[in-house]
Design a protein around this ligand. Structure first.
Ligand code: F3S
Length: 407
């Protein structure tokens, strides 16, 4: 592939060992996938997977090696949820083995030495990293990638651990995949039946599950007749479920996606390969498939996968006002939102109801705590977190179930 003068110099090692290694790997990647040239990216969202064996020490050693080579990031970088920077009380609550916490803190030290910001979230676009239309970024984390492509109109493929840091060092990636206009074209229409009314948060998860399981990663859907009442949190759920259950990295919503002012825009003037209908029967089938009808004792409710927005936490606060939970309730959000809730007194009110807020961490930690405490009846409103035999419902249903301790 073509490299410009600066990139050639990096490859020759004129900017140091770390940029040289990065350029060597990235140019090979570009060659492999037929990229013609490198393009600049404005941010990288990294995934730190060091929370389960055997990957955690490998990643730590890798980051240490980059530090030893004198590596520095050249563009803004943030991270996916992790255990880093937690207090002893946090670790006790989440039942985290101290060895994992130690490893993640060592990873954080390395990232900090390389110049990365230490914000840990799967919703970086809510806390200051929101690229604009057409802006190229290199993000990991499937739910963030699909949000960036589909709602913000930014351009990113689904990148992965290890290569993410190399992209951050040189601030460049091979031009390929979703970075090219022709690979962003919609090819299947999802037509929502207007008979579906009163959309609730988990209906967006169900729609995402329907699209993901019906299509898979070779398709780029475009949704017609999308409800105007959808909030940011609903869009996050919709994308996260397509990505998790179908590996989809981009979709369009007519009138919402910046590249899809019309259906024809989304299709780039072409004919679709197929059209699927999403009607009340399909919605019910999806809800049922995801444990929407499951009932029984509720021991713990998990909210915030992906991380809850401030609006979602405020809504939860209203639903819980003055009420006491019988079940445990774990809430996952960004550190920034947690701070806003502390400042406004909302977190204190949630705490009094029995909510445990875990900032900067992943819902899987809630599942770990529930498991360690022997809690079996789990309920969530997240289609991404949900797994059989958990119960699935809207946030209102989750709250009612947690208050009663059963569903
Ligand atoms: Fe975020 Fe973890 Fe869910 S990274 S999207 S809370 S699986």
């Amino acid at each position: 592939m073509y490299l410009n003068k600066a990139e050639e110099k990096m490859l020759k090692g004129e900017f140091g060992a770390a940029p040289q290694m990065a350029m060597r790997v990235l140019s090979k990647l570009g060659d492999k996938f037929g990229a013609e040239k490198m393009i600049p990216v404005s941010s990288v969202h990294c995934v730190l997977r060091g929370n389960s064996p055997p990957g955690e020490t490998l990643e730590m050693e890798y980051l240490q090696r980059l530090v030893d080579m004198g590596a520095k990031v050249s563009i803004p970088v943030d991270q996916n949820p992790a255990f880093a920077g937690w207090t002893e009380e946090d670790y006790r609550l989440i039942q985290t083995p101290s060895r994992i916490a130690e490893i993640q803190n060592r990873c954080s030290e390395c990232m900090s030495k390389m110049g990365a910001t230490l914000e840990y979230t799967c919703t970086p676009y809510l806390v200051g990293n929101a690229p604009r239309l057409g802006e190229n970024v290199a993000w990991c984390e499937s739910s963030a990638v699909i949000y960036a492509n589909s709602i913000l109109g930014a351009r990113t493929d689904r990148y992965t651990s290890y290569v993410d840091w190399l992209m951050a060092i040189v601030g460049r990636i091979p031009e390929m995949g979703r970075h090219l206009k022709e690979n962003r074209k919609a090819d299947v229409i999802i037509r929502i039946d207007p008979k579906i009314e009163d959309w609730r948060d988990y209906d967006y998860a169900a729609l995402g599950h329907f699209i993901g399981t019906s299509l898979g990663s070779d398709y780029t859907p475009v949704i017609e007749n999308f409800p105007k009442s959808a909030q940011v949190g609903d869009l996050i759920q919709l994308g996260a479920n397509q990505a998790t259950h179908g590996g989809i990295s981009m979709y369009h919503i007519v009138g919402v996606t910046p590249e899809a002012r019309t259906l024809d825009d989304a299709l780039q003037g072409d004919k679709p390969r197929d059209t699927l209908a999403f009607d009340p029967a399909a919605l019910k089938e999806e809800r049922d498939r995801m444990g929407g009808e499951n009932s029984g004792k509720v021991d713990a409710v998990i909210l915030g996968c992906p991380h809850y927005t401030l609006a979602e936490v405020m809504r939860l606060g209203k639903l819980l006002r003055g009420r006491k939970l019988r079940a445990e309730m774990y809430l996952f959000t960004t550190r920034t939102v947690k701070q806003q809730c502390e400042d406004s007194g909302l977190n204190e009110r949630l705490r009094r109801s029995g909510v445990i807020m875990f900032p900067g961490n992943c819902y899987s930690s809630g599942a770990r705590r529930a498991n360690a405490l022997g809690l079996k009846g789990i309920m969530t409103n997240s289609g991404k977190a949900w797994r059989p035999p958990w119960m699935f419902g809207s946030v209102e249903e989750c709250v009612e179930a947690a208050v009663r301790g059963e569903r």
